[in-house]
Design a protein around this ligand. Structure first.
Ligand code: FMN
Length: 332
């Protein structure tokens, strides 16, 4: 058990959340994370409509009776998502935790709170953390530059951002973007965070539905094999540096339009990557921690390992402080 205000808030054992992952965050992975003591998440946008979301929630509930979250995407979209209807389903199904991202959840807070739902909101700067806190969210998570998926537009790394956000708000904060180990969990906590939100690392676990080719690619990839695409259209996204991502970067360097990019960046291509294992079939989200991934453990093995690494790191740090103390005492 590793107790923080975040674990107390959502009722879990370890302060490790698997954030929403479009197409990837399905019931099996979500339940595996929650069963292992973390907080699993399914992603409403993946489900397409409220009834499918209801079925996916029921699937999670068949697999675990531990707390889990549902991600609501508030990103601007050409086809607006039925988030109000999704919330009705969440309330009917007794879902207790929501993760929001993309823009402030302010206009949905009354509805979410009337259903007794805990809201964790993702932010890419301290200003948005303060307005989310003022809107009544219960926790915020940080989206640093290293993240898989959408970082903010200002290229601020997680160490700086986590500290800025923990200084700015009083609700519990999760470090996010680049966290995958117990050492990084301890680092986040040293910055005042009360846990971490991880995505990329959870793509390469046994319970993730991704094709083995994708998991193998991740094991072999270095930390330099991701890139931020779509910055030219105001929607930066960190993805695996495959052939399509290279083509997108070339077009963006030359100067391009959304219409020209769309056939390459469309999310419709991702299933071919994720489920058919065609690595170069489209762009797909992947964070810099891919360089730290060397295996495909079960989710429980991963979470147990992170907790053990966190304990070892704490001992390492304690030892350093004690050694320093002894040295300074003997010098006197
Ligand atoms: C494949 C993938 C898909 C993601 N999709 C979403 C999403 O739909 N909504 C969201 O809020 N965050 C999404 N994220 C971000 C994660 O929830 C999490 O914040 C992020 O992965 C943490 O950084 P890390 O990848 O360095 O661990 C996605 C991340 C990945 C890797």
């Amino acid at each position: 058990m590793l107790k923080t205000r975040f674990t107390e808030l959502v009722g879990i054992e370890y302060p490790i959340m698997c954030g929403g992952m479009f197409q990837v965050g399905r019931a099996e992975l979500c339940a595996a994370v929650s069963e292992a003591g973390g907080l699993g998440t399914i992603t409403s946008a993946t489900q397409g409509d409220p009834e499918n979301l209801r079925q996916e929630i029921r699937k999670v509930k068949e697999l675990t009776d531990k707390p889990f979250a549902v991600n609501l995407s508030l990103f601007p979209s050409s086809r607006p998502l039925p988030n109000e209807e999704y919330i009705d389903v969440l309330i009917e199904e007794g879902v207790k935790i929501v993760e929001t991202s993309g823009r402030s959840p302010k206009d949905l807070m009354q509805k979410l709170k009337s259903g007794g739902i805990i809201v964790i909101h993702k932010v890419a700067n301290a200003k948005n953390a303060i307005s989310a806190e003022n809107a009544g969210v219960d926790a915020v998570s940080v989206v640093g530059f290293e993240t898989g998926g959408h970082p903010g537009m200002n290229d601020i790394g997680s160490i700086v951002l986590t500290k800025l956000v923990t200084d700015a708000v009083s609700v519990p904060v999760l470090g996010g973007g680049g966290f995958s180990t117990g050492q990084s969990l301890v680092a986040a906590m040293a910055l005042g965070a009360e846990g971490v939100v991880m995505g990329t690392r959870f793509m390469a676990v046994k319970e993730s539905i991704l094709h083995q080719n994708v998991k193998n690619w991740m094991i072999n990839a270095s930390e330099a094999e991701t890139a931020i695409v779509q910055k030219s259209i105001g929607s930066g996204s960190r993805v695996a540096l495959n052939e399509v991502a290279k083509e997108v970067l070339k077009l963006e360097e030359r100067g391009t339009t959304f219409e020209e990019l769309l056939p390459l960046i469309t999310g419709k291509r991702a299933p071919k990557v994720y489920f058919d294992g065609e690595i170069n079939a489209g762009i797909w989200s992947c964070g810099q921690v891919v360089g730290l991934i060397n295996d495909v453990p079960t989710t429980k093995e991963l979470i147990d390992r992170i907790v053990q690494e966190a304990v070892d790191s704490r001992n390492f740090i304690n030892h350093a402080f004690e050694t320093k103390h002894e040295a300074s005492v003997s010098e006197r």
